[in-house]
Design a protein around this ligand. Sequence first.
Ligand code: SF4
Ligand code: SF4
Length: 455
Amino acid sequence: MPGVFMKTVKIKKGWQFKIAGKPSQRIKNSPAVSHVASVPDKLPFIRPRLLVQKGDHVLIGSVLFEDKKHPDLKFLSPGCGTISNITYGPRRVLHEIVIELDSNEIFETFEMITDSALDLIERKPLIARLMAGGMWPFVRQLPFRQIANPDFRPNAVWVSLGSADPFQPSSHIYLKDQVGFFEFGIKALSRLTDTVNICRYDNEKSGKNDFDANIVTHRIIGKYPASDPGVVLYHTKKSAAENHDWYIDGQDVIHLGKFLKTGAYPIDRIVSFSDASSDNSCHLKTRMGIRLKGLAPSAINDHSKRWVVGGVLSGYTSAGDEFLDPHQTSVMIMEETNQSELFGFVRPGFKKLSNSRTFLSVISSAPLTINSDMHGEERPCINCGYCASICPVDIMPQFTYRSIYADEIEEALACGLLDCVECGLCSFVCPSKIELSDFLIEAKHRYHKELSQVA
Ligand code: SF4
Ligand code: SF4
């Protein structure tokens, strides 16, 4: 039943996903693993200070590292066992902390909180608990998408249930048997700010395992990336003060509730797994920090495959030997190909995944298989305007790109750079293969760095 005060938000621009291999509603358990890891270099804007060394024994929830700038911000172990390896990337950036698991894993214990105590707890001590308990990194802040600044009081927290990206987990699956924790998490969030907006993507309608749908505040309709909190905020905000609102994914709200209610660091995870070349696509019940090859052992030595983590259009590619960033919930395997297509320019393109009207696939709704082929090198902009016509937050990426290129950051900001929700659509549709979204994201990060140096 819809909420009495529920608003419907219709997003007009975006892209109708028609990629084959989306995960089915089937739930599978991922195989048991011997190692898990924490991956600090996937966390945005963090300078980690390592607090363990190789050979140390840790429990689930022991502190592995903290942020140098905010030492109260702790990052906890997703496993109980011995630290077997610590690796660094370029410029000695901390890459992975690997834990070899014990056969019997033990949890650190944190103070539990009851329903009535949650009603009374002050904002500050609650934030301190969430920071010490490794929960705070799940709360993010717009527009830079960094871990939320605990000293700031936002106008609202946005909670997303379901996604316009069908390769992300379904909320029905992660809510199954977890509704109590979800509602407890929502209650905790309401202690942090006056408004908690719960946005349900339209395809994620009520199911039999569902929670009280009356608490949903926004129903989101539209194509990818309509469900992104940045898109919803862009289309609903009334003042610039809202630009710095916080957001959190529905599955992470469950974790927050579980942590506060049980006093244990939750490590369970529902990950959507898709492999267009097989019928293995499903929802995997797994744990945080698992090695990717633990999700699909058969694909790991197959060099014709590419692993994509975090979304087909906005995620990153990975060697399957890496560990899954605890914040990511989507893994896809696609064909690795760089073969050029003979006479590709005269083919009608019935099977070409593109938004361009020059390919006949645009008139079909049949799902198409995606692969890593870029279909050519980067070329100069031809001013076709495709990028602007698809951008869900009305940026003109081609002009923003030029401003950044000319080092005119003020001009890029005036073009709406900070509204960019990092969805990747502009790069996807660009016939000149310009990596617009990467360019804009990098400029946003540089600007954030400048602002932090001034502060
Ligand atoms: S500029 Fe590109 S990446 Fe940013 S929101 Fe628009 S389409 Fe998405
Ligand atoms: S889609 Fe590419 S070629 Fe077309 S206007 Fe945008 S940047 Fe230029």
